[in-house]
Design a protein around this ligand. Structure first.
Ligand code: NCD
Length: 320
């Protein structure tokens, strides 16, 4: 499968092999190189319009799509808090909203609180729909930038141990990333979470089908020392039905200076961000802390993706 075969980006499961990732990451590297030399082709997406349609809060995803589009010369139309400020408050369906926006924009970036929304949107949209997080479902572009970060920071995408920590039930970035991880050989996965926040069965079954060895843990002490990549996530307060349920599990894991002593010298610490208290700020200055670099990578990966999705109509395949 090649980048040119991709129309919508709703789930990482669309990607059947690593070929498409190789293509995307080659463009991403080039975007980064050119940006550092102030040599981006700002004409490449000139005249193209991206609609950011966000029904849930976002900082990184929205801003990085916005920056990515503008750095390539494109423009943005934007509705933050779409659930409050759009016609949804008048009872309009997602499908109608998307059909209308598809008539105005060349690409739609959608974040929604209901799982499956991006898929629904893509079924009625003439222009590419990019899933920027659908409830507790998926967040494919985050996974693309996470995999890119693993590749850059670790120097490889195979033969490593990945430990995922925190809210594995609600963490859509985890759900999307597990599929990408499964495309490469010899990866071992540790899953550490409170009992109530374990990885849902469907994803565990998927790992079994893909023959990815995984272990479930409650404590992180035993997995810190053998992790090559530590992927930490926030306990997602907004997904709990009661505050008490949240209070019971909040602060379950904290990565701090003591954790660093136990970890491998060349480990990589990642987090999709925002963090609450699960990584102490004292970790930030350690060279293994990759999460701010990870967030920056997001912009370049999204530039590469937008370029790939939009260049066909533009006809300037090689100029970015
Ligand atoms: C994540 C999300 O929205 O799923 N944030 C992000 O996009 N970087 C993770 C989170 O909210 O905890």
């Amino acid at each position: 499968m090649h980048l040119k075969d991709l129309k919508h980006v709703t789930s990482t499961r669309q990607l059947e092999d690593t070929e498409i990732l190789d293509e995307l990451y080659a463009i991403t590297d080039d975007m980064e190189r050119r940006d550092s030399r102030h040599d981006l082709n700002r004409a490449s997406l000139r005249g193209r319009l991206l609609a950011n349609v966000f029904y849930e809060p976002s900082t990184r995803t929205r801003f990085s799509f916005d920056a990515a589009m503008q750095k390539l010369g494109g423009r943005i139309i934007d509705t933050e808090s779409a659930g409050h400020f759009s016609s949804v408050t008048k009872g309009e369906t997602l499908e109608d909203t998307i059909r209308i926006i598809a008539g105005y924009a060349d690409v739609i970036v959608l974040r929604h609180n209901v799982t499956g929304s991006a898929m629904r949107a893509s079924s009625v949209s003439d222009v590419p729909v990019i899933n920027a997080g659908d409830g507790t479902g998926e967040h494919p572009t985050q996974a693309l930038l996470d995999m890119y970060t693993i590749k850059r920071e670790l120097g490889r995408t195979d033969n490593y141990t990945l430990s995922m920590i925190g809210d594995l039930k609600h963490g859509r970035t985890i759900h999307s990333l597990l599929h990408l991880v499964s495309l490469y050989p010899n990866v071992k996965v540790n899953l550490a979470s409170p009992e109530e926040l374990k990885l849902p069965e469907e994803y565990k079954e998927y790992l079994m089908i893909k023959k990815i060895p995984f272990e479930e843990h409650f404590n992180i002490e035993s997995i810190l020392e053998n992790s090559d990549v530590l992927y930490v996530t926030r306990i997602q307060k907004e997904r709990f039905s009661s505050l008490e349920d949240y209070e019971r599990v909040k602060g379950s894991y904290i990565i701090n200076k003591e954790s660093l002593w136990k970890m491998k010298k060349d480990a990589v610490i990642m987090h999709p961000l925002p963090r609450v208290d699960e990584i102490s700020p004292e970790v930030d200055t350690d060279k293994r802390a990759a999460y701010f670099r990870q967030a920056k990578n997001g912009m370049y990966v999204r530039m590469a993706l937008l370029q790939s999705l939009l260049k066909r109509k533009n006809g300037n395949e090689n100029s970015y």
